[in-house]
Design a protein around this ligand. Sequence first.
Ligand code: ZN
Length: 378
Amino acid sequence: RTDPLNYVPTNDQTGAMLQEIAANYPDIARYFSWGQSIQGRTVHGLVISDNVNLNEAEPEVRYSSSIHGDEIVGMVLTINLAYYLVEHYGEPGYEDATDLVDNYELHLVPAYNPDGTYLHQRYNANGVDLNRNFDLPAGEHSTLQQENVIFQSYMRDHHFIVSLNYHGGALVMNYPWDYTYTLAPDDEALQLLSLEYSTHNLPMYSGSFPQGITNGAQWYVITGSLQDWCYDQTDCIDVTCEVSNIKWPSNASLPGYWENNRESMIAYARAARWGISGTVVDAKSLIPLNATITVEGIDMPVHPDPANGDYYKLLHDGTFDVTISATGYLPQTFQDVACTWGTVDVLNAALLPLPSGLVTGTVTSESGEGLFATMVVT
Ligand code: ZN
């Protein structure tokens, strides 16, 4: 078994470790890269899932770290998680890890801002704070930086459900929105999701924030954050995980952070399935549909992964009216769908195409007079 890291790897070492894991566990680990930083450093990543070369009907989850280059604990955590999952997959006593590999698709990116980490600084090589650089949903920021361009491209090429980005300097789960005091449409589910992490991390849970979570704006307002962009522009719920009061702690303390975060990392990813989920297909052809899933009272619809038609909508406990619609199809509303946090509540839909074509003619009595008539298409 690989021991938890007790040093901060260079970017090249990170890439080598992820590539080695992929080479040693090719069925459940696949190396990828978002692209290059401004100074030409590769942003390395690793996907962990069973059948890792297929896009299966599973929720995609992203863990990334160190968008602020000098906040490095999460970088070490994501690498440790990769080793932990591949080395314990299928082993009795590690059912949670096995479930994560079998039923989810986990994307790990330890070093979002490798130039900043190399320079031991918060900013990227242009001196820009990448977590204040996103133009939406609260506009007017500097030109989108290269590291954020390649991040957005990867996010748009995939269909993430839940993610988090590791920071340091505090100990709290900071959930959307950052830019406004208005509560997010999914506020209740966002709190439950954040609690999935904090309740398994005793220092965080018992720290200076009640239960280790906070609404972003209530802590302090920022604009241009990654989590707000994700939540506004993709179907992904992203939470900012402040994982250490010290941004760059001593090497000797790093394994202790892993002990405090291991269960949190697994529980948080698994929560991508808490709520309703299912597939939306054409009732006749069974082809996946580009549908919209809307929960009444929660103004944040989600959409299925176009490849498999699988969708996921995080929901707190309760009963909900859910409407599933697609262009050219009769929408379907499911009433009083019951949800319990911590369970998978399946809601599949097969939509019927709208009647198409034009039927014309005249309706007359036998004597030839015109009649008032009703035509019903079934
Ligand atoms: Zn930070």
